[in-house]
Design a binder for this molecule. Structure first.
Ligand code: BGC
Length: 838
């Protein structure tokens, strides 16, 4: 047992603090930090959102952070070693920014392709999610920074997320939705976040699921932190397994919790347990007493700039090549004279999804930048967006605006009281919203003003706007062009931060003309403090922009079309209304592919989109939200410096409806997980339906023949086994293949999916080379949760073992028998609970 694992003595809690101080400790200290307790040598534990980076305690573009590929891209790599290294990078980032605890990874599953936060979750499969999640946790915590497995549990979608009740039967909970959290606990995770939603009638911050299986059966000894604002009761939550109410100070806890404890309505022992867990967490991250935080170098993590090559590699490793007709990819730069880079996501890099997961990277490589940098000077790279997809306006940027007070690029911001006295002012690099230091007293705040001088780089009708709720106005050279009132449109807590209402007005400007802009917002209580000044440049007509892009495609040797969604379409607090690409992108792809047969389509999204043009484009590559180095990673793949290493972590539907495409809309507040165990590809298999692309699919640049498989004929009940599969690389390049093992159980006495993922391993081979993949199948993959006996059982008899490159393509088969006789119980490999013979 290491020092940090030593249990904290009971006396330290009972003797050291009175009830009020204990209650204060567990009730949060600020938006992203806990309270300290000098008497204990305890400093505040600082938290920050992830999972793609460490944003820090506030939302401020000057507080930059590395932006890693989104979790879907991480999972698409099916590469635990890589994800563990990314976790170590995040640990170094956290230490650099004084953060002790990252609010990540997100272990909810892709139940519906419409779910707004799928980009932030790894996969539709519990095994893949558990393994990739465990790797992320190992990497992060190896650097001394707490990981937080979230959102426990049943938060698979955003519609009515604060109140919805997920109705999930016990077996499905155990085998599907709890399984990744169990893997996280086995990986030693230090924190778990309880979700906003309820499960089976109980809000998750008051749920018995926090006790069993989490703290009891699984032995989780860390902290359960509430999702932000999810503790909504004193007694029910106080007595339940949630240990820390965030953000703080939480009004329902604090003194009210202390009072409930004194009155005997919440057991003192429950409060003590929360405090003990919090102190254990503090000790683990170096926030208690003499304990020093584990340094980034001790963790082996690369700080800041040094990590960029790894992020670039990760972007390529997660890219999934869906189609490559006629071997169009990789493109040979030596054969290119002119390349057209088309699409709304080509120059405007869409590197991440929206919501609390977003960060501000110091630099971003767009697909256009990456392609330009990868090609020799003689190659002409031309760009046209073709269509526009943005639904929100752009903050004025430093390139076009001057702070009228300092003369430097940027915006001058003033916070005023009702009498016009300046309470606070700041010079900002752009018109983007930001957070004011919590120590600034803004109790008398009445309004906020943003002032800048914009020099129009292009002539035409500019759209200027003010983001923020309540009364907003805008003056251009002293003339009022906007005077409006913006009502709130959602009561979701992230709404005020991330996507509040905006109002816009048009102003005609000549090229090079300067205009002084003054935006004003009157701040009302409960409306948040977000205010931004936006400027969108004039555009040609949609027809002109479209035609220009197609013309560009026609004259090029090769075309790369980058289409997709953005942080505006895939975000927190809402689900997607459609899987269609926004803004006429489908028509753009079809027209471009028709104009030039050498067209590569890059899909830049966090989750599935419909691709009606899929048969028209020769190459289709999924780049996900690839993080800040995405453009370079993409160029590496396009020009063959890296293999697109990804395999689909979720099934891609061909249409937005059908038996296996689940929606996210609760009925009378209840979202029934009626499909039971048949999530994702299992649902497609059950329905006998063919998706656009199966879970696990991805071509890479290799070509593989699956030759033979070997498994033990018979195993003891409760045991796992090893699958040995022999493959040959029949392609012309060195390549990596992700060999997937699925199990099936014909004639099962218990209901089961048609087949389910039981293990995977990657192999690498040179052209012509034969390799053996060894895939471990853990006992749990053979087990089912017996609701009657309340334990894991392995059904005796024969399981079919299927091996292949995706769930829809399993060329090799074998059989393994779980023996009739043998030990009744086996502990299985370390970290896995017992499985009994059934
Ligand atoms: C999100 C969490 C996040 C928290 C803090 C919540 O709205 O659901 O994932 O960690 O906010 O930003």
């Amino acid at each position: 047992m290491t020092a940090i694992d030593t249990p904290l003595p009971r006396r330290a809690v009972a003797d050291g603090l009175d009830t009020a101080r204990k209650a204060r400790l567990v009730s949060g200290g600020g938006t992203f930090r806990t309270s300290g307790e000098p008497a204990l040598g305890l400093r505040p534990v600082v938290t920050s959102d992830g999972p793609i980076g460490v944003r820090g305690e506030c939302w401020d573009e000057t507080d930059t952070a590395l932006a890693l590929p989104s979790p879907t891209a991480m999972a698409a790599s099916w590469d635990e070693e890589l994800v563990e290294r990314l976790g170590a990078v995040l640990a170094a980032e956290a230490r650099r920014k004084g953060v002790d605890m990252l609010l990540a990874p997100t272990l909810n599953l892709h139940r519906s392709p419409f779910a707004g936060r799928n980009f932030e979750c790894f996969a539709e499969d519990p095994l893949l999610t558990g393994r990739i999640g465990a790797a992320y946790i190992r990497g992060l915590q190896g650097g001394g920074v707490a990981a937080t497995a979230k959102h426990y549990v049943g938060n698979e979608s955003e519609t009515e997320r604060l109140t919805l009740d997920a109705a999930i039967d016990e077996r499905t909970l155990r085998e599907v939705y709890l399984a990744p959290f169990e893997a996280a606990v086995r990986a030693g995770v230090w924190a778990v976040m309880s979700a906003y939603n309820g499960v089976n009638g109980r809000a998750m911050s008051e749920s018995p699921l926090l006790d069993e299986p989490l703290k009891g059966e699984w032995g989780f000894d860390g902290v359960v932190v509430s999702d932000w604002g999810a503790v909504r009761s004193t007694e029910a939550a106080g007595a339940a397994g949630v240990d820390l109410a965030m953000p703080g100070p939480n009004e329902r806890w604090g003194e009210r919790l202390a009072e409930a404890v004194r009155a005997g309505r919440v057991p003192e022992a429950a409060l003590d347990d929360k405090v003990r867990r919090l102190l254990r967490l503090a000790r683990r991250v170096g926030a208690l007493g003499e304990a020093a935080p584990v340094s980034a170098s001790a963790a082996g993590g690369a700080p800041g700039e040094d990590a960029r090559p790894l992020l670039r590699r990760a972007a390529a490793a997660g890219a999934v090549l869906l189609e490559n007709r006629g071997g169009l990819l990789p493109l040979d730069p030596a054969r290119l004279r002119r390349i057209a880079v088309i699409g709304p996501n080509a120059a405007a890099a869409r590197i991440q999804g929206g919501g609390s997961a977003s960060v501000y990277p110091a630099s971003v490589v767009s697909p256009l930048d990456g392609i330009r940098a990868a090609l020799p000077d003689g190659v002409e790279v031309r760009h046209a967006a073709g269509v526009r997809t943005s639904v929100r306006p752009q903050p004025v940027g430093p390139a076009d605006c001057r702070n009228p007070v300092t003369g430097a690029p940027g915006v001058h911001v003033r916070f005023l009281d009702a009498g016009g006295t300046v309470l606070h002012h700041e010079d900002r690099p752009s018109g983007r919203s930001f957070e004011i230091d919590e120590t600034v007293d803004l109790s008398a705040l009445h309004s906020v003003e943003l002032r800048t001088v914009l020099r129009a780089p292009a002539a035409g009708r500019w759209r200027f706007g003010v983001v923020g709720l309540g009364a907003v106005s805008l003056r251009a050279d002293g003339r009022t062009v906007l005077d409006a009132y913006a009502e709130p449109e959602s009561d979701d807590p992230t709404y005020l931060h991330v996507a509040p209402a905006f109002r816009q007005a048009g102003v005609e400007l000549a090229q090079g003309q300067e205009v002084e802009l003054l935006a004003r917002r009157i701040v009302e209580p409960g409306h948040g403090k977000v205010v931004a000044l936006t400027a969108d440049a004039p555009a040609g007509t949609p027809e002109e922009e479209f035609a220009a892009a197609v013309a560009l495609a026609r004259g090029a040797d090769a075309v790369v079309v980058v289409v997709g969604t953005s942080e505006q379409h895939e975000s927190e607090g809402f689900d997607r209304g459609t899987l269609e690409l926004p803004g006429g992108q489908d028509a753009l792809v079809s027209a471009v592919a028709a104009a030039n047969p050498a067209t590569v389509v890059v899909v830049n999204s966090g989750g599935p989109v419909l691709m009606p043009w899929c048969g028209e484009a020769r190459a289709v590559l999924l780049g996900w939200f690839p993080g800040q180095e995405g453009g370079d990673g993409l160029a590496d793949v396009l020009f063959g410096r890296a293999e697109p290493g990804g395999r689909l972590p979720a099934t891609w539907p061909a249409t937005g409806h059908g038996p296996a495409v689940l929606g996210t809309r609760p009925l009378d507040g209840v979202l029934a997980y009626r499909e039971g165990l048949d999530i994702g590809h299992r649902g497609w298999l059950r329905a006998g339906a063919e998706p656009a692309y199966w879970f696990g699919h991805g071509l890479g640049y290799g070509s593989w023949e699956y030759l033979a498989v070997e498994v033990p004929r018979r195993i003891a009940p409760g045991a796992g086994f090893t699958v040995r599969a022999v493959l040959r690389n029949t392609g012309r390049r060195s390549s990596r293949e992700v060999v997937q093992v699925y199990l099936a159980r014909p004639g099962s006495a218990v209901a089961r999916p048609v087949r389910w993922l039981a293990g995977f391993a990657a192999v690498r081979a040179e052209p012509g080379q034969r390799v053996e993949a060894r895939i471990e199948v853990a006992p749990r993959a053979l087990a089912h949760w017996s609701v009657g006996e309340r334990r894991w059982l392995a059904e005796k008899g024969v399981f079919t073992v299927l091996v292949g490159p995706s769930c829809g393509d399993v060329p090799l088969a074998a059989a393994v028998e779980v023996a009739q006789a043998g030990p009744a119980l086996s502990a299985g490999p370390p970290g896995e609970g017992p499985v009994a013979g059934g």
